[in-house]
Write a protein that binds this ligand. Structure first.
Ligand code: MF3
Ligand code: CO
Length: 256
């Protein structure tokens, strides 16, 4: 059951979201050729803590099979879809880099992701990222009071597949609030199986909407580090995410 947040709770989520937005804005300048993903993680952790926030990904464990996540951001390069772990890898010209970050402030979370081109990227890579970002815009348009979660899923899937790409199925968006992951799940594709628990959106429901869009197959694999998700065909993937609060009109984006 997704419980709508009170106004004061949304205010706190917005305060956390402002730090998320500042972090991602900063990454645009920092993600240059030769910079390590570990360096980006350091910069982000310091910035979050300076603002009084807590990096919620660090220490997070989605299931007992995972150890705690070791970093403040996820850096997923090229065929990496999500949950790439920052480290000594140096960014190269043409890399397609997604950066995902979550912040908790005064007990409330916000979560967002962007995809950046490192130096000059191929037209294909740029188009993939643009289509993914546009699908997020359409999803936010669709996330109005009275709509269902499946309406959000459908606009993403229809748009992305119409552009010749695929949407990842094994990972989804999610409710968010006191916890990083709350109900409901927000898939980026429509499934018959999910229809039974299709949440009707109400004002105050807060969601992290996060399309992951692949150039080739939607199928994914997880690397031996148990975190990094890659495309099964090793083609490129892009990821954009915002945390939003549902209203009667267009959803309120909290990570800006
Ligand atoms: N934004 C992603 C999510 O919502 C990343 C969190 S995974 C973590 O699942 F382990 F890094 F926290
Ligand atoms: Co998320």
């Amino acid at each position: 059951m997704a419980v709508p947040k009170r106004r004061g709770e949304i205010k706190r989520m917005r305060a956390a979201g402002r730090i998320v937005a500042e972090v991602l804005d900063r990454m645009g300048g920092e993600a240059q050729v030769g910079v390590t993903t570990g360096r980006l993680d350091k910069i982000v952790e310091e910035l979050i803590r300076t603002r009084g926030g807590v990096p919620v990904f660090k220490g997070y464990s989605p299931s007992p099979a995972h150890g705690p996540y070791p970093c403040s951001i996820c850096t997923s390069v090229n065929e990496e879809v999500v949950h790439g772990i920052p480290g000594p890898r140096k960014l190269e010209e043409g890399d397609l880099l997604s950066i995902d970050v979550g912040v908790s402030l005064n007990g409330y979370c916000a979560d967002a992701a962007i995809t950046l081109g490192v130096g000059d990227v191929s037209d294909d890579a740029a188009r993939l990222s643009r289509v993914c970002r546009e699908s997020l815009d359409l999803a936010i348009d669709a996330a109005r009071a009275g709509a269902r979660v499946s309406d959000v899923s459908r606009v993403v899937q229809t748009y992305v597949e119409g552009e010749g790409y695929s949407v990842v199925r094994e990972y989804t968006g999610h409710g968010i609030g006191r916890e990083l992951h709350e109900n409901p799940r927000v898939p980026n594709y429509v499934s018959v199986i999910g229809a039974g628990r299709d949440t009707v959106l109400r004002p105050g429901i807060t969601l992290a909407i996060e399309p992951m869009v692949n150039q080739g197959t939607y199928a994914t694999e997880v690397l031996a580090n148990r975190w990094t998700v890659v495309t099964a065909d090793r083609k490129l993937s892009a990821h954009w995410e915002h945390t939003v609060a549902v209203t009667k009109g267009r959803a309120d984006i909290l990570t800006v």
